[in-house]
Design a protein. Structure first.
Length: 163
């Protein structure tokens, strides 16, 4: 199957270089060669998804799209959920937002390659939903934004970053 995409001698040469020269060990069960130009083919690697998309303007060509993978987005939502769960109600709001900002900036720096706009929008809305829920449930000291100010605007005033 692999020899269909690249010749068997080339495959052996690549494996020899990786294992011999660089001292890497190839996991034969996990390693595969993917032809991304095939319809519906994609590759998930190091938290990114690589795939070809049709041109958005209908010009008849395709371009390589690199975006955060679904697994990476799920893991990020789980981490944000943990950072804003009920066990952190005692943290002062500025410290909580500073921790979230530090985490989000690091996540953005890693995934700011390719076309991450849609993924960043999803994470932005998830963070604001979780923080709003977190602030409303704070025990014995609930947080309410000033009169006429939305939670979204108040979170921006408190310094929450947008990806």
């Amino acid at each position: 199957m692999v020899a269909r995409y690249i010749g068997e001698p080339l495959r052996e040469w690549i494996e020899g270089k990786l294992e011999g020269r660089f001292g890497l060990e190839i996991n034969r069960e996990k390693t595969r060669v993917v032809n991304l130009k095939e319809e519906g083919a994609r590759l998930d690697f190091l938290g990114f998804t690589f795939r070809y998309y049709e041109d958005l303007r209908g010009r008849g060509w395709r371009y390589l799209n690199v975006s955060p993978s679904a697994k990476a987005l799920k893991k990020e939502r789980e981490k944000l959920h943990e950072m804003t769960n009920h066990r952190h109600c005692f943290h002062p709001i500025p410290y909580l937002i500073a921790d979230l900002n530090r985490h989000l900036k690091g996540w953005k720096n890693y995934f700011d390659f390719g076309y991450p706009r849609m993924a960043f929008r999803g994470i932005n809305s998830y963070v604001r939903e979780r923080l709003t829920q977190h602030l409303r449930r704070r025990s014995q000291r609930p947080f309410r934004p000033p009169e006429g100010v939305s939670y979204y605007e108040q979170l921006s005033r408190l310094g929450l970053v947008r990806l």
